[in-house]
Design a protein around this ligand. Structure first.
Ligand code: C2E
Ligand code: CA
Ligand code: CA
Length: 414
């Protein structure tokens, strides 16, 4: 019942010990301790080094008084203390972190050794399976907060995790069964009051009306990695619509929102170009909307990808400008064609002189740089008039039209 590599007790020993404690009605606390980024240590320094780290951490834990150590799989150790006092738990966490830091210095380990800790405490009638489950959830909770964090098992977190998992499954199912829809919001020339194009916006009727808005769904898909599949779904269905309703779309711009996570991959590029050919789409009609926030970590790569699309005639607009880390530098570095001024500025443009001043500067700058401008979220005639006076080229918003399904759009134009 000894772990061959580290010499700590193993999982079998753990189960025997816990079953004994359950029978004796003993109170205890379990700390699932896991080395952060252990896979990176293995990849970077080799498995020999990874093994050495495990042995050193296993030893370090054994040196702490008043606890028992068990090695689980991979980089996970479980520490058992026969107490539920906060002071004892705090002391144990402190000692675990201190010993590991010390060992790292003594053994000259280059890797940054930190551990995440998930905690579960004994409760009457809980089984060993309950403890495994709680420890894993608590560790996930700690990891979700970053490196070197500690979290207790928490029912709220468990519920949140389950609803996230359920949402992921629902999104997969909705993509398979085409439960999503694309709505269209017209973009207007502010001086001529004619439709210049449409922004395509995703809708999930089954959920949007009940509990979630599309922004939350996109955010969840970005977190889970499903966004690539969702963005591909949007591209295919957008192209299908354009092909089917040539009469409406022939000379209009179609703006598609794409997440940076997808946009920055060659996989998505290949998919996009294949679909473009399959549906015989004129690339000059398409404008891809991306947010500047999503690209700031990878400016060079963003420029490279944009240039590939642009060489084929596709245009780009910079979405949500004015929010988060908006930097004028992006306007200089990145080959955008259009800039979209965020709704938050338009909302207050008539009352707040500061918003108005900022929008004016953005519009002047865009004119100098040769970028066209779209104001989003225009809701009143006053906003429209002011933006037109200030020289904004295009506008969209509830004042003109709400996003609508293709059936409504057909009625509007016929
Ligand atoms: P966004 O790209 O900034 O889209 C504009 C949002 O403002 C849309 O919300 C639109 O319905 C809303 N809007 C337009 N005019 C008005 C107005 O006058 N008043 C108000 N209150 N709102 C207005 P929506 O459709 O809920 O989309 C939210 C966000 O979700 C989008 O923000 C975009 O970031 C993301 N999104 C939507 N569709 C897609 C998609 O197909 N793919 C990706 N990757 N993201 C999408
Ligand atoms: Ca957009
Ligand atoms: Ca926007």
């Amino acid at each position: 019942m000894i772990d061959v590599l580290t010499g700590n007790k193993n999982r079998e020993a753990f189960e025997l010990r816990i079953n004994d404690l359950i029978q004796e009605d003993q109170k205890f606390t379990l700390l699932l301790t896991s080395i952060d980024k252990f896979a990176t240590i293995n990849d970077f320094y080799g498995h020999g080094c990874g093994d050495r780290v495990l042995v050193i951490v296993g030893q370090a834990l054994e040196e702490i008084e008043n606890l028992e150590v068990f090695r689980f799989s991979g980089s996970q150790f479980v520490v058992l203390i026969l107490s539920q006092e906060m002071a004892d738990i705090d002391f144990t966490i402190h000692e675990i972190r201190r010993c590991i830091r010390l060992k790292r210095l003594v053994h000259h380990i280059k890797a940054d050794l930190t551990v995440s800790i998930g905690i579960s405490q004994s409760t009457p009638s809980a089984s060993i399976e309950n403890y495994y489950n709680q420890l894993n959830l608590a560790l996930r909770y700690a990891r979700s907060e970053g490196k070197g964090e500690t979290r207790f098992y928490n029912e709220e977190f468990e519920k949140k995790l389950f609803s996230e998992m359920a949402l992921r499954e629902d999104i997969d199912k909705a993509m398979r069964h085409d439960e999503f829809e694309l709505y269209m919001q017209p973009l207007y020339h502010l001086d001529k009051r004619t439709v210049m194009g449409f922004e395509l916006l995703l809708r999930w009727p089954g959920r949007n009306r009940i509990d979630l808005n599309i922004g939350e769904i996109i955010e969840s898909a970005e977190k889970s990695g499903q966004i690539m599949a969702l963005d591909k779904w949007v591209v295919t269905h957008a192209f299908k619509l354009i092909k089917e309703y040539k009469r409406i779309f022939s000379d209009k711009k179609i703006c598609i929102n794409i997440s940076a996570q997808s946009f920055l991959t060659y996989d998505f590029l290949k998919f996009y170009l294949r679909e473009e050919e399959r549906y015989a789409i004129d690339p000059n009609l398409i404008e891809i909307e991306i947010t500047e926030y999503s690209m700031m970590h990878n400016l060079k790569r963003t420029i490279r990808m944009m240039m590939i699309y642009k060489s084929r005639g596709i245009q780009f607009s910079l979405d949500d400008f004015g929010t988060k880390y908006s930097s004028i530098n992006y306007l200089k570095e990145l080959p955008f064609d259009t800039l979209k001024i965020d709704k938050s500025y338009i909302d207050s443009i008539c009352e707040d002189s500061k918003s108005k001043a900022i929008v004016k500067i953005i519009l002047d700058l865009c004119r100098e740089l040769g970028l066209s401008t779209i104001s989003e979220g225009i809701e009143t005639v006053e906003q429209e008039i002011l933006l037109k006076q200030m020289g904004c080229d295009f506008g969209q918003g509830y004042y003109f039209d709400k996003p609508m399904p293709i059936t409504d759009l057909i009625q509007r134009v016929s």
